[in-house]
Design a protein around this ligand. Structure first.
Ligand code: KG4
Ligand code: ZN
Length: 332
């Protein structure tokens, strides 16, 4: 089954062709990061307008790179939520229009389910049940993936998402938006033990996270000592990153043990982080878990993961309806 996946929930216009929910023939991502950078974050109206400009060329390119035409597609899968309403509507309207014009069925996919299932595009993916940590700019949530279509939220952030903490701290440090990659790069030459930032680890048997205290603590440190440069900047980035990685991996490993899950999947934009990847691998392995890490380019938003989520939704019998609207707050 050839599925065209379409993603426009935030600041990436993306389309991909995926065969049988496993093999990506193409995966085109047009990012708007440069457009939003000068505002220090995603501006919803700017995002929607740019999706309108990019969406059809991106779909054409995804088909072309897959060596296909629209008539070779069996299903169109589109992100219907969660995300920015104006941004989502662009993808949803395009999917409906293509479906109406060609008779190809479409299905609405959940963006977070896409992140969780992106691991299926790699080698030897785990089958459910597994524990999945979605860690992105908008979400930091642990899901017990009991089966395809059965996702139980077992813990989430009580305040900021981890990616949001990265982006806010980067802003305080005068680093470009989005802050994850620049902090990750600087941290590689820094000392993670230079500054002991707090780790919020709510309750022993609770699988929740919290990052706003850490962000405040970085802010207080900067007020006292000023914004560092050179090696001191690298040390601060490494120390901040260590605090995020420590609490994320500690909570994930303890949740997997409490739930009796052997396979753990890390996903979402922040899952591209080098330290979070290595620490989860290290701690997971010593706790007897199998840690699965999607390729970094599959961690950030893309169309292939939406094709996989739509393929699975279709297998469960879900079909898109023309009166179906985008749902910006769709909870998985
Ligand atoms: O999943 P994603 O592309 O979009 C959302 O659904 O939010 O995630 C974007 C987030 C941003 O906050 C960005 O700073 C973060 O992922 N990110 C990283 C890294 N690469 C991207 N955070 C930490 N380390 C990275 N290497
Ligand atoms: Zn995302």
């Amino acid at each position: 089954m050839n599925v065209l996946g379409l993603e426009t929930s935030c600041d990436e216009t993306a389309a991909a062709v995926v065969v049988d929910g496993r093999r990506a023939l193409s995966d085109v991502v047009s990012t708007q990061i440069d457009l939003h950078r000068r505002f220090g974050g995603v501006v919803p109206e700017v995002a929607s307008r740019n999706h309108l400009v990019q969406v059809l060329p991106v779909v054409h390119l995804a088909l072309e790179r897959a060596g296909m035409q629209l008539r070779d597609i069996d299903l169109i899968s589109v992100t219907t939520g969660p995300g920015l309403i104006g941004a989502l509507m662009v993808g949803v309207q395009v999917a409906k229009a293509l479906s109406m014009a060609t008779g190809i069925p479409f299905v609405g996919a959940n963006h977070l389910e896409g992140h969780l299932l992106a691991i299926r595009l790699g080698e030897a993916p785990p089958e459910p049940p597994f524990l999945g940590l979605v860690v992105s700019g908008g979400h930091t949530t642990l899901y017990d993936v009991e089966d395809y279509g059965r996702y139980r939220r077992v813990g989430t952030t009580r305040d900021d998402a981890a990616g949001e903490a990265y982006d806010k701290v980067a802003r305080l440090l005068g680093l470009p938006y989005p802050g994850g990659q620049p902090i990750d790069t600087l941290a590689q030459s820094g000392d993670p033990t230079a500054i002991r930032f707090p780790r919020a680890l709510p309750g022993k048997d609770v699988h929740d996270f919290s990052f706003s205290g850490l962000k405040t603590s970085v802010s207080v440190h900067l007020q006292r000592h000023g914004v560092p440069e050179g090696q001191a900047l690298a040390d601060l980035c490494a120390s901040f990153q260590e605090a995020v990685a420590d609490s994320l991996t500690r909570k994930t490993v303890s949740a997997a043990r409490a739930l009796g899950r052997r396979d753990v999947v890390l996903c979402g934009g922040v899952a591209a982080n080098s330290r979070i990847r290595s620490l989860l691998q290290e701690r997971g392995t010593s706790a007897g878990l199998n840690v699965h890490l999607p390729a970094k380019r599959l961690c950030t938003d893309n169309g292939a993961m939406i094709a996989v989520a739509g393929y699975e939704a279709h297998r469960r019998g879900l079909v898109g309806e023309f009166n179906q609207a985008a749902d910006p707050a769709w909870r998985l």
